[in-house]
Design a protein around this ligand. Sequence first.
Ligand SMILES: C[S@@+](CC[C@H](N)C(=O)[O-])C[C@H]1O[C@@H](n2cnc3c(N)ncnc32)[C@H](O)[C@@H]1O
Length: 197
Amino acid sequence: MKPVAEHCLRNQAPIAEALRPYLEAGGRWLELGSGTGQHGVFIAGREPQVTWQLTDLAESLPGLRAWQSEAGLANLPPPVVLDVTRTGPPAHDYAGVFTANTVHFIGWTVVDALLRCASEALAADGWLAIYGPFNREGQYTSAGNATLDAWLRERDHDSGIKDEADVIEQAALYHLAFVTAQAMPANNRLLMFKKNG
Ligand SMILES: C[S@@+](CC[C@H](N)C(=O)[O-])C[C@H]1O[C@@H](n2cnc3c(N)ncnc32)[C@H](O)[C@@H]1O
């Protein structure tokens, strides 16, 4: 049985559309914390010029394999285990790294490891795309995000919605220069960074 995340069904088309200009050039993209893999499968299906590598913790691999094998796409290789706190990326020449709904789900230590891993994975001038909810100037951007944050912190003290400016500052430590932020449906954002040559 393939796991299905309803929010992915709602958000996958706007995310794919927003990423489209960055994917036009093709090349290999690495996804961190793929979850069910729905975003990657959807994007790989629309963008045959891009090879998309799904990754996540070992516990997510059965679900990822189910989505990947059913998709049967030549540009979607089998998923690999990648815990950003334990191992580095599978390669160092990716054109892009994408991660969705991870930064609020994990604590700062893991966010730091995720940014380091993304930077190590990217070729010079490669793109990092981070999608999810962010606070702005210390404030929630919606009541829904405040409720989500309370739920996250109850589950794991260290997790919670991060301030966009803090993530941008942390990314800069790993040579990931902030380029632009795009408002997305349901009070989410797509942050784009470029790896300094
Ligand atoms: C809220 S889910 C998001 C999944 C998917 N990207 C989505 O948008 O539905 C957060 C994901 O982060 C992954 N994750 C948590 N800690 C991680 C780590 N140390 N390394 C890699 N992935 C991690 C989880 O396994 C989970 O799949």
